[in-house]
Every structure is written in C-alpha cells, then in structure tokens.
Write a protein that binds this ligand. Structure first.
Ligand code: UT7
Length: 367
C-alpha cells in the first residue's frame, strides 16, 4: 500500500491588512482587549476581485511548484471551505478549471474550520487505497464577506486567505501516519452561517432579519475547543503509535491563543512546540492550518524527518487531528511551471466548451 506524502505547499493572503485599531473605529473594542483575549493583532481582508476560488488557485500554483507536479497529474482536488464561490458548482471545480487539472475529480468539503484536516485525511486515504496517485487539498476562505462588522463578538476574529497541499503516493514509508475525525451536531447552533442553505435561502433574504452573518456563541465554542484540542491530538498520536515526546511540532487551528495555550497545558507541552501565527491572520477557518504550516516551513522550523500533528475544531461541531512524518518534495526531473497552465486556462476553458457543444450535436444526431 503506498504512503501519502505531503510534497507541496503554498498559501495566498490578500494584501489589505485590517488592524485591531481599525476595528476599534467600527465597534466598541480596543487593540488591548483583542490582543489579550485572542492574541490577534491584525487580519487580511479580500479585495472585491478576490474569490475563494482565486485565492485557492494562487495557493495551489505555489504548492504544485514546490511539488514540481503538473496540474494534469492530479487525480483529485478537494477544497475545504465554508465560504464557497457558489452553492454549486463546487469551488474545487472552479479551481480545477483554472489550474487545467484535466484528469482530476473535484469536490468541496464542508466541515467548517476542521475542513482542512478532514480533506487531508480523505485525500491521503484515496492515495493509500491506490485509487489515485496524487491530490491537491485546498483550504480557502473569504470570511470577511459574512462577518457582521457591527458585532464585536465575531468581527474581531476572522480573516481571509488560502493554503494548499499537494499529496503524492510513494512506497517510501512516512507521510500521513494517522488521522481522527469527530462531530457533534447537537452543537450545530453554536457557530453558524444561516444564509444560503435551504432554511434561509438567499431568495428569502428580505425576511431573514440579518441572518446573513456568522453567528457564534463564543464562550461555548471556547469551552468545547479547549476540551477537544488536546484529546484529538492524543488520539491521533495513539493511532500512529506515537507519544507527545516523539513529535517536534503541533500545528493547531489558529482561532485564539488562549485555546492553544489550553491545549499545551492539556498535553503538558511548552508553547514553543506549537506553530502560531494567528497574531497576523486571525482565524482563517480552513486556511489557518495550511497557512501556519507554510510559514513555519518557510522559516525552517519544520524539517524533513520531523513528526507533526495538525489539529483543528470548528462549527458543526467538528474536530479532528492528523499525525504526519514530514518528508517534503519527492525528487523529480524537469521543471514544472504550473502558472503556465493557468495562463492557458481561459483559452482551454473556451475550447472545452466548444468541444462539449460539438459532442452534444453529434450525440443528438445518433439518438
Ligand atoms: O474556528 C472557531 C471559531 N470560533 C472560536 O474559536 C471562538 C472561541 N471563543 C473565543 O475565542 C472567545 O470566547 C471570544 C474571543 C469570542 C470572547 O472572549 P471571552 O474571553 O470568552 O469574552 P466573553 O464573551 O466572556 O466576554 C467578556 C466581556 C463581556 O462583557 P461583560 O458582559 O463581562 O461586561 C463582553 O461583552 O467582554 C466583552 N466583549 C468585548 N469587549 C471588548 C466581548 N467582545 C468584546 C470586544 N471588545 N471585541
């Protein structure tokens, strides 16, 4: 059975920075309160032209470049997101088209902030089963579009961004070692985005009374998160036959520094074993773990051979953790330029539409 290695990584962060001071001009809050209660200093905000798909594509191209893999070699694309471009088509399909990943299946996965862990696990399982050789997992969000900028309980927390991993199968041991996934829908009301689904469809928006924004019971989510971060990490370690002493890094969902500190206490680990960058990005939901990973790799913190655990929690409620042995890119010949595939994307899309039209005509004649 092949092993599923993470061989490429990339991130995209919108340029615009919104500081705590900026937010204190919108709602009654302060930089001091936000920093002390959450650890966040600033977050990125998508431009009008940034979409969940376009941020995802930018991160994906970087990840493919690191892996030195052509988009056409991908067998699967999973986009974990809570803020897709549309209800359907899946944002993963939009990413597939823009990348020119013509042989990949593509779907979105919705498990709120745990989505990236879930998606990584699904992609790793598909590789380990032998059904595909390589996959792209994207976590991308434009949460600022759904933040109520008058609600100080939520608007201080969230930011926009994307991260992507390439996974490839190899007979060499390593890569994803174990994963656990959990859910508890009885807590679904604690963190919701009501608009857009069948209960509060966009067509009934006039009668929604402001249900178009993220709603959260912060205290309850906080309590739940502090409980599950350490336990999920421990479960993933047990499943991989490891102990906390075997791992070099924990990469947690970047929601609140106090939640990460509670996880550190629960695992009896010092904070310097945790990758933290929420001070500069806030909570980017499915993108938070890959963005933290990419920054840590670029700083040279995580090195080949290191064992790591990625752990997350979120709306649903959902939570999960994944243990991996870090390998890095599989040595390969040639020099792939995935951005060229995107440059040709528009033309390729038009050609494919034309071909589909002709195929349709021919098929009709056969009927
Ligand atoms: O991906 C998952 C996403 N969600 C989360 O991770 C959220 C988890 N929860 C949290 O991070 C925290 O609960 C918050 C940061 C949302 C809130 O922090 P807290 O320490 O739980 O504050 P609190 O809700 O207990 O509120 C304490 C006080 C309240 O005032 P009173 O009632 O004590 O007078 C709030 O009204 O702080 C007030 N408050 C604020 N004050 C200034 C709440 N938000 C703010 C604010 N600025 N932004």
């Amino acid at each position: 059975m092949p092993y599923a290695h993470i061989t490429g990584w990339g991130m995209a962060a919108p340029e615009a920075v919104l500081t705590n001071d900026d937010i204190s001009k919108m709602v009654e809050t302060s930089d001091t309160w936000i920093r002390e209660r959450t650890g966040i200093r600033e977050r990125r905000i998508a431009r009008d032209s940034d979409l969940t798909s376009t941020l995802g594509v930018e991160a994906s191209i970087k990840a493919l470049k690191v892996a030195n893999l052509r988009p056409t070699e991908l067998g699967l694309i999973i986009c974990a997101t809570s803020t897709p471009d549309y209800m359907f088509p899946a944002t993963a399909c939009l990413i597939q088209d823009q990348l020119g990943a013509t042989k990949a299946g593509a779907f979105d996965l919705m498990a709120a902030c745990s989505g990236f862990i879930y998606a990584l696990n699904m992609a790793a399982q598909a590789i380990r089963s032998g059904s595909i050789k390589s996959a792209l997992v994207v976590g991308s969000e434009t949460l600022s579009r759904y933040v109520n900028w008058k609600d100080r309980n939520t608007c201080i927390l969230f930011g926009d961004g994307a991260g992507a991993f390439v996974l490839q199968g190899s007979e060499k041991p390593g890569g994803v070692l174990s994963a656990v996934m959990h859910s508890d829908g009885s807590g679904g009301d604690l963190l919701t985005l009501p608009v857009g689904g069948s209960r509060y469809s966009a067509t009934r928006s006039a009668s929604q009374n402001g249900r178009q924004y993220i709603e959260m019971d912060g205290k309850e989510v906080f309590r739940f998160a502090t409980r599950v971060m350490a336990s999920a990490t421990q479960e993933a370690l047990d499943a991989a036959g490891l102990t906390v002493d075997d791992i070099q890094w924990i990469v947690p969902h970047q929601a609140n520094i106090r939640i990460i500190e509670a996880a550190a206490r629960g695992l009896k680990l010092p904070m310097d074993r945790f990758v933290v960058n929420l001070d500069r990005y806030g909570n980017t939901s499915t993108a938070s773990i890959p963005i933290a990973m990419v920054e840590s790799l670029e700083k040279g913190q995580i090195k080949p051979g290191d064992k790591i655990v990625m752990v997350g929690f979120g709306g649903g409620l959902t939570w999960g953790a994944l243990a991996a042995e870090w390998t890095g890119p599989i040595p390969s010949k040639g020099h792939v330029r995935p951005e060229q595939y995107r440059a040709l994307g528009r033309v390729r899309s038009i050609v494919r539409r034309a071909l589909r039209f002709i195929e349709g005509l021919l098929y009709r004649r056969e009927l």
